[in-house]
Design a protein around this ligand. Sequence first.
Ligand code: UT7
Length: 330
Amino acid sequence: MSKSKKIGITGLGMYVPKKVLANKDLEKMVDTSDEWITTRTGIKKRRIVKPGTPSSVLAVEAAKRALSQAKIKPEDLEVIIVATVTPDMPFPSTACFVQSKLKAKNAAAFDIGAACSGFIYGLVIAKQFIETGLYKNALVIGVEVLTSITDWTDRNTCVLFGDGAGAAVVEPVASGGIISTYLGADGNLANLLYMPGGGSRHPASSQTVNKRMHYIKMSGSEVFKFAVRIMTDAATRAVCDAHIACPDIKLLIPHQANMRIIDSVRKRIGLKPEQVFLNVAKYGNVSAASTIMALCEAVEEKRVKKNDYIVLVAFGGGFTWGSCVIKWSY
Ligand code: UT7
C-alpha cells in the first residue's frame, strides 16, 4: 500500500465518571489549598471512579461513542490498541477486555505502555498498520483510573490526577489526515516518574505494600522542567515536518498535566492563547487519556473544523514524548 494514502481520525468519543473531586475536597484530605493547586497547576477538579471500577469500563464507553461516530460496527473493527498505565490487571491486556465487552470478535487487541504519551504512540502504530494495508481500521483508546495508584497521603501528587477515557477510530480518509508524527524516549530518566511496585522487579508483597510502592512517585519540579523543553521540541518537530508555520496552526492540543507547563510551551513555540486547548481545570492529569479527551472536547466545542491543522503533543513517564500534526478530515 502506498505511503501517500491519507490516514485520519473518523470518529471520537470520551467518557468520564460522574463523581467530581474538587480542590476543596482535597483540602480535607491533605495539607493543601484550592489556592495552591489552582495557581501551581490550573486544576480545579477531577473526575473519579467508584472504587473498584476498572479501566476497561471507561474505555468501552468512550469506544462505543467513537465507533458510532465513525459508523463502524464492532464486528468490523480490525485492531484495538489501548494506552494505559492503569490496566485492569497485568494480563490479559485491557484491550482484550475491551474487545470482549464490545463484541469486536474480529479485532486483534493489545495494550501499549508509554504513560502520558500513550495515545500518540497508539495513533502512530495505528497509522502504520493501515498504511501497510495490514488493517483497514483501528480503534485507539487512552484510558486511566489513576485514582487506583494515587497515594492519597502524598500532597505532592494526589492533587494532580483523575480518571477518564478517550477513543479514536483511525481509517483511510478522503481529505486531510495525519501529516507528520514524532516519537521519542529517554529511559535514563525513568526514576523521576514511576510506580515501583507490582512488576517483576518488585512483585507485590506485604513489604511492597508497607513501603507504599504501588503508588505514583514523581519528582515534580525536574519533571516540569523537562516537560517544557521536550514538549516544545516535539511540537516544533512535527510542525516543521508538516511544512506548516505557527499561524497555520488552528489548535495546539497538549497533554493536560499543568497549565503552567502548557503556557510555557505555548510561549516558546510562539502561539497565541486562543491557539491552545485547555481542559486541565476540569479533569486534572489523566495520563494516557488526557490528549485524546482534550481532542474530543475541542472537536465537540467546534474549536476544530474540516481542513484545520491541529498539533497533538504529549510527554510522560519513561520518559516518553510524542507529537503529530493532523489536517482535520470532517
Ligand atoms: O503527566 C506527566 C508528567 N507530570 C507532570 O508534567 C507534572 C510536572 N510537575 C508539576 O506539575 C509541578 O512540579 C507540581 C505541580 C507537581 C509542583 O509544582 P512546583 O511549582 O514544581 O512546586 P515544588 O514541587 O517546587 O514545591 C513547592 C512547594 C514545596 O514546599 P517547600 O519545600 O517549598 O516548603 C512543596 O512541599 O510546594 C509544596 N507543595 C504543596 N503545597 C500545598 C507541594 N504540593 C503541595 C500541595 N499543596 N498539594
